[in-house]
Design a protein around this ligand. Sequence first.
Ligand code: G3P
Ligand code: CA
Length: 232
Amino acid sequence: MNIIAHRGFSANYPENTIIAFQEAAKLDVWGVEFDVHLTKDNQLVVIHDEKINRTSNGKGFVKDMTLQELRAFDFGASFASEFAGQTIPTLTEVLNIFKPTHHIINIEIKSDIFEYPGIEALIANEIHAFDLEKRVIISSFNHESIARFQQIMPNVKTALLFASLVVNLEEYVKNFKSDAIHIPYYYGMRSIIQRAIKNGVIVRAYTVNDEKMASQMEALGVEAVFSDVVKI
Ligand code: G3P
Ligand code: CA
């Protein structure tokens, strides 16, 4: 089964940190996934939540702080004391880690709570600067953000993220000129997955941390699963 290391090697290392990505880069997995937000001074940073509260020793919204202000906080110690000193990574730093590897790079644009005007163009510039157009998949729960990205960079693959069911799924996906959907696995009922695949939609499922479920997904024709554990 194709595995995508979710937020880096996040089962064993603090999610979305440099150490989690360095360790994911050593794994023989298909890809890596991470989440991107925009700082107050328009810098692309890799973090899951809109706020830094859960994963750092700081408090507040990413959008309200500059990169320099964010760099003052520790993003490793709350996972385990041995990882103290990890700081919030920039998109540039993470792409530097994966540029020399074989991994598919799934960049999730976290523009579903805050719009982050201009984030799509900034991400496109980075992909172009690293010459990674062929290895990147852009995804987002904000499908308007996907459409904006497609306008800017039509040659890069995209995927629509879903947290719940939509009617006429295949038609909806085609309207967004995307060839793939990323769906939660517990919601990935047999019939929906099979119908989507039959209609030419690529399906990837999150977040799958057990072997049995990964095998079931593979048998259904799911292309890849997002996993924290990554050693399925
Ligand atoms: O992209 C799959 C998955 O990462 C989406 O959910 O909340 O982990 O970003 P979340
Ligand atoms: Ca994500």
